[in-house]
Design a protein around this ligand. Structure first.
Ligand SMILES: [Zn+2]
Length: 317
């Protein structure tokens, strides 16, 4: 191809037509792609992780859980006017009383039909059953298992308050994810199961679940159920991570994990669980902030923001 080749006459005519036609569209013919997301602040996210742990273990029904719930609602309300609580109750499978639970929801651009759901669980496990002796009867502090995903999503909310990814976004903090006794799968995922069973015609284009994303030795592979049931979304997430050279993301198949993405996969909705399941203090009293890092939270938050950007850019007007 010769760079000095003259543009053929017919082609110049089309260019002219295009120039004339553009103003007639009133600027609505072509959709302006959303601007790139802002840079997340891992240190700010880490302070949200520490704040949750300082309330004490967020066991459903505990005073620490109620205090943490108020804190999270206050934080979400700083970023959007559309914050809701979805309360529900059930008989406690491990005690004589009712269990009162609540999912916390924040909506960005609630008028848009095309939506993405971002979720994390904010409860912590009532028993550290990977510890031995008396410690096994005490609750898990849940710095990584619970607080980390919430902390990263609060940082996402911070970005969404000033940046429009071009698609509607719902952030949900699920209650009761980690309530079940070991092997008692019916009593895990309480909040996400309730949410999914009551969501009616709501069909997010993608669900991203963040769980155990704060490990200071971060290694997030492609979780097994996500890869089986939502391979395209998994590929999108890991191609974004690769393009960002995001620390901690490993584009290789990982374990299958029973987590809050399952109720959505069961309904045929594309869902990915971002989880680092290789975490020695898992379900022990040692799941503390010093096992986590701001850099890990920042890496995950950046990937989530860029996935939103890609999904927004692919969405029609
Ligand atoms: Zn757990």
């Amino acid at each position: 191809m010769n760079a000095r080749r003259r543009t053929p006459l017919w082609c110049r005519g089309r260019l002219l037509l295009l120039v004339v036609a553009l103003p007639l569209c009133g600027g609505r013919c072509a959709r302006v792609p959303p601007p790139p997301p802002p840079e997340p602040d891992g240190e700010r996210a880490f302070r949200h992780l520490e704040a949750q742990v300082e309330f004490g273990a967020r066991v459903p029904g505990s005073a620490a859980m109620l205090r943490c719930r108020e804190y999270l609602l206050r934080e979400l309300a700083r970023h959007t006017d559309h914050v809701r609580v979805q309360s529900f109750s059930m008989l406690d499978p491990y005690g004589p009383d009712s269990l009162h639970l609540a999912n916390l929801m924040a909506h960005f651009h609630p008028d848009r039909a095309a939506r993405v759901l971002l979720a994390a669980h904010y409860d912590s496990r009532p028993r550290a059953d990977r510890d031995s002796g008396a410690a096994a009867e005490l609750p898990v502090p849940g710095a990584n298992d619970g607080a980390s995903g919430v902390a990263a999503l609060l940082e996402v909310a911070e970005a969404l308050a000033r940046w429009d990814p071009g698609i509607g976004v719902d952030i949900v903090f699920f209650d009761g994810e980690d309530y079940g006794a070991s092997g008692d799968l019916d009593f895990y995922l309480l909040g996400s199961r309730y949410f999914a069973s009551t969501m009616g015609s709501y069909r997010p284009r993608a669900v991203l679940v963040l769980d155990m994303v704060g490990d200071r030795n971060l290694r997030i592979p492609m979780e097994g159920y996500s890869l089986m049931r939502s391979p395209d979304l998994v590929r999108l997430v890991f191609s974004v991570a690769d393009s960002l050279q995001a620390p901690g993301f490993v584009a290789a198949p990982g374990d299958t994990v029973y987590d809050d993405h399952i109720p959505f996969l069961e309904r045929g909705i594309q869902a990915v669980d971002l989880i680092d399941f290789d975490y020695p203090p898992w379900h022990t009293r040692g799941d503390l902030p010093q096992e986590c890092s701001a850099a890990s939270l920042e890496s995950v938050t950046r990937v989530v923001l860029h996935v939103l950007w890609r999904l927004g850019a692919a969405t029609g007007p």
